[in-house]
Design a protein around this ligand. Structure first.
Ligand SMILES: NC(=O)C1=CN([C@@H]2O[C@H](COP(=O)(O)OP(=O)(O)OC[C@H]3O[C@@H](n4cnc5c(N)ncnc54)[C@H](O)[C@@H]3O)[C@@H](O)[C@H]2O)[C@@H](O)CC1
Ligand SMILES: [K+]
Length: 485
């Protein structure tokens, strides 16, 4: 599990830890980890050229101390001081003692030698103390950078707490973060600015609270959630999932939702809707009816909405499913048709799975606003609907109705942005709900498996290929399950 904490919490933990350590110890730990990561990226330190972009706070201090370590190992290190009158004095002195040099931003901008000639650039402009995007002098300098950038703690210019990027921000090849993950390293659009992230342990863990703000489940976490049929099981104990999806116009959505459901670990899949013949033709294992959900046999969860269209039958299907006292997943057309108060009044869990455009319609805002503020959008929707909300994106987010950590999916891939891929996901999560997973777990585990399937299906995958790759994804994830003693 990757646990991310907002800045206020990290700062509190740092103060607690610092009070127990000699002056400067934390920064030394941070700089040692940073220098080691820089050395790994460089491959060989001696004879290389490293540039440091140094801002006015401790983030710049980390870069300077790490630069000093690299200079001692034979790198030519030049610090570019963005605010020469407010630079970390101890860091600058350490760099100079180690043989590094410092120049002002004007000097660095006028010649190409410093930034254009560097093998690696360390971004120490701002860390958790940064506010807003990069300022113009920093943005201008970065345009002259051709070498890979290693971000110190966070890519400068991103919002550590929300993952929002307001203006220009550093695009790093890698980020070394200290003490704990920050939400911005897991949430888009900031996540894409961070590259590969390495967490350096500076001893903060004992001072961090038990409940993080954002988490990213890893394979082993998901493996622990997935159902494992015992020897005494039967299809009802494994869970029966109902799928109410598709329409005369979109029968394929029904086929795809059922294909996801069949590979989600439930014991059986019941389909209710107008695409019964198409579903049966493709999936002989499905139990189908062309009636409405009310007239379907017993199910332990419903997935409703994919390709339903907006006819009278669609509205009825959504209403009937919401009336059922079992967990319900609502996707696509179902989101438009579901009454907020009916969702809020439900006793059994509800999972909504909008993409940014659908979330924007539900929140009465623009798609761009949702994409820019994913964390806020998912939390607001969960609160408004008193439901678990899965907001799709390259790092899909899952928020529960009662607050608590938001889950950010780490396995997403652009290959999943293909028609019908969401239908597969809805069936998959529906099956996990029927198998008895808690709503938040079902949504997060579904997104995780779906992402792995999108990555492992032969590229470029169509939605059916993503569904077909789910068993292999399931195996890959479960291979990370700790062995029982
Ligand atoms: N507090 C600690 O115990 C530790 C902190 N460490 C480092 O210290 C950093 C936090 O240091 P600070 O609190 O000094 O904050 P930062 O260094 O992140 O940034 C604050 C400084 O940047 C300026 N600034 C804010 N927004 C800016 C913008 N958009 N453009 C340019 N300048 C801007 C502010 O005026 C302020 O001087 C962490 O991110 C981490 O790198 C590490 O050394 C580990 C230990
Ligand atoms: K930084």
């Amino acid at each position: 599990m990757r646990n991310a904490y907002r800045v206020e919490v990290v700062r509190h933990a740092e103060r607690e830890l610092m009070a127990r350590l000699p002056e400067g110890a934390l920064m030394r730990r941070a700089a040692a980890g940073l220098a080691a990561a820089a050395a790994d990226l460089l491959g060989r330190v001696y004879g290389t050229r490293v540039a440091l972009l140094v801002g006015s706070g401790d983030n710049g201090g980390d870069a300077l101390y790490a630069g000093a370590r690299l200079a001692r190992r034979g790198a030519g290190v030049t610090a570019v001081l963005l605010s020469p009158d407010r630079v970390h004095p101890g860091g600058l002195a350490a760099l100079r003692r180690a043989g590094g040099r410092a120049v002002g931003a004007e000097e660095a901008a006028s010649g190409r030698a410093v930034l254009g000639g560097a093998d690696l650039v360390l971004d120490g402009i701002t860390g958790i103390g940064g506010r807003g995007g990069l300022r113009e002098n920093a943005a201008r300098l970065l345009r002259g950078v051709t070498a890979p950038v290693l971000a110190v703690d966070l890519p400068s210019g991103v919002n550590a707490d929300t993952g929002e990027v307001d203006g220009e921000a550093v695009r790093a090849a890698a980020t070394v973060t200290f003490g704990a993950w920050k939400p911005g390293l897991l949430v888009e659009p900031a996540r894409s600015h961070a590259g590969a992230v390495r967490l350096v342990d500076i001893g903060l863990a004992p001072y961090l609270p038990a409940t993080p703000d954002v988490v990213a489940l890893q394979h082993a976490d998901v493996a622990a959630l997935l159902p494992r049929p015992g020897t005494d099981t039967d299809k009802y104990r494994r869970g029966v999932v109902g799928v109410a999806a598709g329409s005369a116009r979109y029968p394929g959505a029904a086929v795809l939702a059922v294909s996801g459901a069949l590979r989600g670990g439930a014991g059986a899949v019941r389909y209710a809707g107008t695409a019964a013949a198409e579903v049966l033709a493709r999936h002989p294992e499905a139990l189908v009816t062309d009636g409405s959900p009310e007239h379907t046999g017993r199910v332990q969860a419903w997935a409703v909405g994919s390709g339903l269209g907006d006819g009278a039958g669609a509205e009825r299907a959504v209403r009937e499913v919401l009336d059922a006292d079992v967990p319900v997943l609502i996707d696509a057309d179902g989101l438009r048709l579901a009454d907020v108060d009916a969702v809020r009044a439900r006793r059994a869990p509800t999972v909504l799975t909008p993409h940014a455009g659908e979330a924007a319609a539900l929140l009465d805002t623009s798609r761009a606003a949702v994409e820019a503020g994913m964390l806020d959008a998912v939390r607001r929707l969960a609160d408004r609907y008193r439901a678990t909300v899965l907001l799709k994106g390259s790092a899909t987010l899952v928020a529960g109705p009662d607050g608590g950590p938001v889950r950010a999916n780490p396995t997403g891939t652009g290959w999943l942005a293909t028609a019908g891929s969401g239908d597969v996901l809805s069936g998959l999560i529906g099956a996990l709900l029927a198998a008895g997973l808690d709503a938040r777990d079902a949504a997060a585990a579904g997104a995780h498996l779906h992402g792995v399937a999108g990555r492992t299906a032969p590229a470029p995958p169509a939605a059916s290929d993503v569904a077909a790759a789910l068993p292999a994804a399931w195996r890959e994830v479960c291979a990370a399950r700790p062995r029982r003693a």
